[in-house]
Design a protein around this ligand. Structure first.
Ligand code: PPE
Length: 306
């Protein structure tokens, strides 16, 4: 990965290579951490902007609340620290990774009074699923691993431990020659992917699974708003894998994945086997918004310069 100069660590900017913790860190043993993935984009007016900064900062706080992690920061303080880290690193666009975790102290599952640390790292990060994916779409397989049951792990928390489920699915998909895994919930309905929410177009209507056992994606909610504003009907509705097989179009959304078309699921070609018209339309408008080219969505951007 490309690194940058400083990592924000409990309120201080420290050199990247010195932002280290003990191997006895609780989160390393038990996954007791919450994180965010945020993107900043270079804008047409020469500034840069973080996409939906307040929503991401608030989700970090919410994730911590779900896990009973006491982060000594408010959402506003997290947002300010993110902008400070981007500016200190002179990064005009890229990825932002805040992480709050249970540190070293006592061993054992119970986190007790172990300290809670927060770091914010930023770095340049290109297309998550490869440079061609945004244009050509990707090939997926239905995972043999179910997305966790709503009462197994807390999917509304972006918790580190939840990602063992994602890793199982992603590794299986990649080793079987696919780009990404489509994960079903424990009732067999399509849920999401290892690190993306899923949408499909059926009879001209855009459908995405409701917030049952999935992460409440900030890109997901932005795309629902945008698609409705563009005149599309969007329904939050459970659907099955065979409905996905016969969809006219399908795509993933996520901060890292942005809006990535799906061209194949379980060896069934979706639509024409490349980004469909609806997908392309929404993707184009999405990229205009994140780059500050659509004043209607100016409130989704937190601009910064350095
Ligand atoms: N579901 C999951 C399981 C998920 O991890 C993400 C984001 C989403 C949906 C989409 O959420 P949002 O980014 O708010 O639209 N996954 C992050 C981590 C990816 C990684 O490999 O790390 C991301 O996209 O930043």
């Amino acid at each position: 990965m490309k690194t940058t100069e400083f990592i924000w660590f409990d309120g201080k900017l420290v050199p990247w290579a010195e932002a280290n913790v003990s191997v006895m860190t609780h989160a390393l043993h038990y996954g007791s951490a919450v994180f965010e993935g945020i993107r900043a984009y270079k804008c047409a007016d020469g500034t840069s902007a973080v996409f939906r900064l307040e929503e991401h900062a608030q989700r970090l706080i919410n994730s911590a609340k779900i896990l009973r992690l006491e982060i000594p920061l408010t959402a506003e303080e997290v947002a300010t620290a993110i902008l400070d880290t981007l500016k200190a690193n002179k990064l005009d666009g890229g990825y932002v990774r805040p992480l709050s975790f249970v540190g070293a102290g006592e061993m054992g599952v119970y986190p007790g009074a172990n300290p809670i640390h927060t770091i914010i790292a930023v770095w340049p990060w290109g297309a998550y699923l490869g440079p061609e994916a945004l244009e050509m779409g990707i090939r997926c397989k239905t995972s043999s691993f179910a997305r966790m049951h709503a009462n197994t792990l807390m999917s509304k928390a972006k918790a580190a431990g939840n990602y063992v489920n994602s890793i199982l699915a992603k590794v299986e998909a990649k080793e079987d020659g696919y780009d990404e895994a489509v994960m079903l919930d424990t009732n067999g309905f399509v849920a999401e992917a290892s690190g993306e929410n899923i949408f499909m177009v059926h009879d001209g209507v855009i459908k995405t699974p409701p917030l049952t056992s999935i992460l409440g994606g900030i890109t997901r909610s932005s795309i629902i708003t945008l698609a409705r504003d563009l005149g599309y009907t969007v329904e939050e509705q459970l659907f099955t894998r065979d409905e996905l097989y016969i969809a006219e179009e399908a795509f993933f959304t996520g901060t890292a994945a942005e809006l990535t078309p799906i061209r194949e699921v379980d060896r069934r070609v979706i639509g024409a086997g490349r980004a469909g018209a609806v997908t392309k339309h929404i993707q184009q408008e999405f990229f205009k918004i994140v780059k500050g080219e659509n004043p209607k969505y100016a409130s989704w951007l937190s601009h910064y310069t350095f």
